[in-house]
Ligand binder design. Structure first.
Ligand code: G3H
Ligand code: 13P
Ligand code: ZN
Length: 309
């Protein structure tokens, strides 16, 4: 039991059309809920930490909590930096013991994205750490509704092949229509599977990553709204689309919003039903259980990753 890279996880996933869940973590209860679900399902696991999470919890707390989770459960975990914006934060995480980092150069022009990604790859690989990069821009809810908008933002397959060849990156996040947050589509959900298949055909050995992959599970949105929330018209990526993506090279599926919704729904319900309580354990406990249940469902029924450890 240890902190591990994602190399072996992705090599196995690529061969068998399932995906590894990469869950964002911000505190102890979130980490415990996720890791207990992976333990129960005997599944490979990536925990990822954003710059915002590092700022909120302080880096040492998150790293030590993840180490504690490994000790407690015996689950091997890949500890990953999510959306590292420059070389410095990637270097810090490598030096802090992360086993994987993302350099997100997607906002830069192609050549600049290649340059900074290469710099991170050289440093990370020299320290036994793997690297994820991103090419293309994740659409906002109002973006990419027509073909020319899609072509301007979605990943270009030939560029993906050139990018991977020139940078030596270990995995690549692609833009095919997903977006971050709880409002992913205005009308019917749409992902560009033709584009994904083409990317996968050109770089079949490169594990692909789907950001913005929460389903925005209706039961949690409904529960939030029932107990005083105001989250109208939230919509995510349907579960069958995630399953489909795993057939075309998607090995890593990023989930944060579904964790936030599961946790918030339980806390809202508890607060409304127990207005006199003020012991945080009373509402954080059920919130942790809700996360465990939701993550176990995803691993088993959506990602197909049960018993793949
Ligand atoms: O991709 C974004 C993740 O959901 C992390 O969000 O930057 O608010 O921690 P955050
Ligand atoms: P969601 O907002 O769909 O959960 O995506 C999270 C993500 O991509 C983290 O990098
Ligand atoms: Zn993301």
């Amino acid at each position: 039991m240890a902190l591990v890279t994602s190399s072996e996880m992705f090599a196995k996933a690529l061969k068998s059309d399932y995906a590894v869940g990469a869950f964002n973590v911000n505190n102890m209860e979130i980490i415990q809920g996720i890791v207990e679900a992976a333990q129960q399902e005997n599944a490979p696991l990536i925990l990822q930490v954003s710059a915002g999470a590092r700022k909120y919890a302080k880096p040492a707390y998150l790293t030590k909590l993840v180490e504690a989770a490994i000790l407690d459960t015996g689950v091997d975990i890949c500890l990953h930096l999510d959306h590292g914006e420059d070389f410095d934060i990637c270097k810090k995480c490598v030096d802090d013991g992360f086993t994987s980092v993302m350099i997100d150069g997607s906002k830069h022009p192609f050549e600049e994205n290649i340059r900074i990604t290469k710099e991170v790859v050289e440093y990370a690989h020299a320290h036994g750490v793997v690297v994820e990069a991103e090419l293309g821009k994740l659409a906002g809810v109002e973006d990419a509704v027509n073909v020319s908008a899609r072509d301007a933002t979605f990943t270009v397959p030939e560029e993906a092949a050139e990018f991977v060849q020139k940078t030596g990156v270990d995995s690549l996040a692609v833009a095919i229509g997903t977006s971050h947050g709880a409002y992913k589509f205005k009308g019917d959900p749409y992902l560009d599977f033709d584009r994904l298949r083409e990317i996968n055909k050109l770089i079949p050995d490169t594990p692909l990553v789907l950001h913005g992959a929460s389903t925005v599970l209706p039961e949690f949105v409904a529960k939030c709204n029932e107990y005083g929330g105001d989250i109208p018209g939230a919509q995510g990526v349907p579960e069958e689309m995630i399953r489909e993506a795993a057939k075309y090279g998607v090995c890593k599926v990023n989930i944060d919003t579904d964790l936030r919704l599961a946790m918030t729904a339980e806390i809202r319900k508890y607060m409304v039903e127990h207005p006199a309580d003020f012991d945080p354990r009373k509402y954080l406990g059920p919130a942790r259980d809700a996360i465990k249940g939701m993550v176990a469902h995803k691993i088993k029924n959506v990602l197909g990753a049960s018993n793949k450890r």
